[in-house]
Write a new protein. Structure first.
Lengths: 120, 107
């Protein structure tokens, strides 16, 4: 069935970078955008950016411009999200979520989430 | 960016109650409005897309309405498994902004 499986939890020191993965199963990888959304502890959902797996084009939220890079590997149906210059405020659960390219836009399904903890 | 404002931010209700959550967009988004349910420690789950279309597998007690700037999510008869947080999201333009969420708690 359609599923997004994300990499495991990670702990990083301030100033470091983290690279998360999201592997897609059960559908045509290049027919759907992939978004990244994060959720700080006890907070709401924050959109970070989008990648089109077909051509690799990306759009990032202004807040993360210069710190985030989204890439994809079509041979393994995997998208990656790298966030650099980490600070404590980046401690959050990071989700990937699929959106159809040629249908009503909505996020379904979501990955299970990856907890990133930034701590000295 | 389009701002999404949900109300209330939290509510207490009993099993069997009718519950209504509202979401307002800072500009017209036609019917490009989605609703998600999130339970503690879990990823969000799509409930309603395009303002009023029920996602496959979602119980019919959930319904959505509205267009333009004002939208509503209604749970006709609250069930124990419905106690969760609910988020609206606009998919009219990028960035895909979310409301701040509504936590539905047991009364």
């Amino acid at each position: 069935q359609v599923q997004l499986v994300q990499s495991g939890a990670d702990v990083k020191k301030p100033g470091a970078s983290v690279k998360l993965s999201c592997k897609a199963f059960g559908y045509t990888f290049t027919s759907y955008f992939m978004h990244w959304v994060r959720q700080a502890p006890g907070q709401g959902l924050e959109w970070m950016g989008i990648i089109n797996p077909s051509g690799g084009s990306t759009t990032y939220a202004q807040k993360f411009q210069g710190r985030v890079t989204m890439t994809r590997d079509t041979s393994t149906s995997t998208v990656y999200m790298q966030l650099s210059s980490l600070r404590s405020e980046d401690t959050a659960v990071y989700y990937c979520a699929r959106e159809p390219i040629n249908y009503v836009p909505s996020f379904d399904p979501w990955g299970q989430g990856t907890l990133v903890t930034v701590s000295a | 960016d389009i701002q999404m404002t949900q109300s209330p931010s939290s509510l207490s209700a009993s099993v069997g109650d009718r519950v209504t959550i509202t979401c307002r967009a800072s500009q017209s988004i036609s019917d490009y409005l989605n609703w998600y349910q999130q339970k503690p420690g879990k990823a969000p789950k799509l409930l309603i897309y395009a303002a009023s279309s029920l996602q496959s597998g979602v119980p019919s007690r959930f319904s959505g309405s509205g267009s333009g700037t004002d939208f509503t999510l209604t749970i006709s008869s609250l069930q124990p498994e419905d106690f969760a947080s609910y988020y609206c999201q606009q998919s009219y333009s990028s960035p895909r902004t979310f409301g701040q969420g509504t936590k539905v708690e047991i009364k």
